[in-house]
Design a protein. Structure first.
Length: 240
């Protein structure tokens, strides 16, 4: 069964995700850092460091949101970073952040469907995504399109929530995700569904080896999973 934010609506998952992120965009960055106690910043840094030796000159950031991952990727000194997202609200916040640091000539944020990329095949040295592939309407289709636009020899780095497996962290995490996070998220964002959708989507998402199987089906090879922070989050690496 497809997990969607607004269960009382008949619109597609894609449409609901766009609506949800438009709704929470003004408070999204604040909530991200608050609800993860700032550890999401470390996760992004760790993921980007994995591309350092590759020295990619062109990078595509899938489901870029407010551009945090794209901004972190500036440390790789690329010539161009393109960020794609379906939420204009999130992109507007991201463009303001990029303008403040004077990097509009390097980072280009564009409206677009991450699962049907309006981009040429074999055009990026690296493709990255943080906390976005979980929201794809069709995971295999979206990953396949990510592989399509990446150059042969390129590297894909995906950062995504996963499910801790060990006691007692599994139990503590589940309690926080199911009961604390939705209440805080609802109070701050004023969206009653967004932070209930988050734990539901993580529970439904195929993480670890299950994700790697789909990753490989999409055309990636030499795949690897690196769990972070007791398995709360994982980095998935794939080559083309």
């Amino acid at each position: 069964m497809t997990v969607v934010p607004y269960k009382d609506k008949d619109s597609s998952k894609r449409e609901q995700i766009a609506e949800m992120f438009d709704n929470v965009s003004p408070k999204y960055d604040f909530l991200n850092h608050l609800l993860s106690a700032g550890i999401d910043i470390y996760w992004r840094k760790r993921a980007i460091k994995l591309l350092k030796k590759e020295k990619p000159q062109t990078i595509l950031d899938i489901a870029t949101g407010t551009g945090d991952f794209a901004i972190e990727a500036l440390k790789l000194k690329p010539k161009k970073i393109v960020g794609i997202d379906i939420s204009e609200g999130m992109l507007a916040v991201g463009r303001e952040k990029i303008k403040k640091i004077g990097m509009e000539n390097v980072i280009d944020l564009r409206m677009g469907d991450s699962a049907n990329l309006p981009l040429e095949s074999n055009s990026f040295d690296a493709v990255i995504a943080s906390f976005g592939v979980r929201n794809f309407e069709n995971l295999l289709h979206g990953l396949t399109d990510m592989c399509r636009v990446m150059k042969p020899g390129g590297t894909c780095v995906i950062l995504e929530f996963s499910k801790p497996k060990t006691f007692p962290f599994k139990q503590l995490y589940n309690f926080y995700f199911r009961y604390i996070l939705p209440i805080v998220g609802r109070m701050v964002s004023k969206d009653t569904a967004a932070y209930t959708y988050l734990p539901e989507s993580v529970q439904a998402f195929p993480d670890g080896n299950d994700f790697l199987k789909i990753y490989e089906q999409a055309g990636f090879k030499d795949t690897k999973c690196i769990p972070l922070t007791f398995g709360i989050c994982s980095i998935y690496i794939g080559k083309k």
